[in-house]
Design a protein. Structure first.
Length: 267
């Protein structure tokens, strides 16, 4: 059983939801990333989403955009990110790692070369923000052939026909964007998210994670009551921006609060 599937199966048996934090690879410095990844796991992360820095983002808000700029200033490439995952695997053979980024670096490397290298490095899933599902078959098939899960975004505005396309290609879990806009923006509308998730569960068999707009233990707890996983990004990247490599302790402490609140959500 693949690592992502194993995590969701275990948590389901425990009546818990997955905690999936995000940080940008190479921010604040390439040498800090692996330590920050381990800090996330120490705080209770079930899956780690690692952002691949890119110069022309679409969905990322200003906090994550600036993180990518800092990483790119250090020359961080997709190849470097894979090396970071390989380094992470020297101490952690169990926590799934999902790369979240854009199509251009993968296209430049080539699907087959990328999928093989990612699998060998210890990556478990790949979320390509700007690759629509109706054009994703070639990459998705290549990823699956190397044991990697293609993960897709769904939004409040996603039509049913596109959800059906996602259902054809997705594996691992689906990432539901809780609001219209970019990461770190707006306020979470739990009732609206709950209604949309109920609709999506009639079309999807995979676990559904919710991200965008989750900034503290209270919002994480609210999402944990309705979703299969809670995804937190901008709030953590902001800690890294403010505290640099010293953010590790703060990330661990923050996630422990979130994990505790999530575990209390179903009690």
């Amino acid at each position: 059983m693949a690592r992502i599937q194993t995590v969701f199966s275990r948590l389901k048996s425990q009546q818990k939801q997955a905690l999936i934090p995000y940080i940008t690879a190479g921010d604040p410095h390439p040498a800090a990333t692996v330590g920050l990844m381990h800090a996330l796991v120490a705080g209770g992360a079930d899956i780690v989403e690692l952002g691949v820095p890119f110069s022309d983002p679409m969905a990322d808000g200003p906090v994550i955009q600036k993180a990518s700029e800092r990483a790119l200033a250090h020359g961080v490439s997709l190849t470097n990110v894979l090396e970071m995952v390989r380094d992470f695997r020297r101490r952690d053979a169990e926590t799934p790692v999902v790369l979240m980024g854009y199509a251009n670096p993968v296209e430049a490397m080539g699907y087959e070369v990328f999928a093989k290298a990612a699998s060998e490095a210890g990556v478990d899933g790949v979320l390509t923000v700007d690759l629509p599902p109706e054009e994703a078959a070639a990459l998705s098939d290549t990823l699956k052939a190397h044991g990697l899960d293609p993960i897709f975004l769904l939004a409040p505005t996603t039509p049913d026909w596109r959800v059906a396309e996602v259902a054809k290609h997705a594996a691992g879990y689906v990432y539901y964007v809780s609001l219209k806009g970019v990461t770190g923006a707006a306020t979470l509308d739990i009732d609206s998210v709950a209604s949309k998730l109920a609709h999506l569960r009639g079309q999807l068999s995979l676990p559904i994670g919710v991200g965008f707009g989750i900034r503290d233990a209270a919002s994480a707890q609210a999402v944990a009551r309705i979703a299969d996983s809670v995804i937190i990004g901008s709030r953590l990247v902001q800690e890294v921006e403010e505290h640099g490599a010293d953010a590790a302790v703060r990330l661990t402490a923050f996630l422990r609060e979130v994990r505790s609140a999530m575990d209390a959500a179903r009690q």
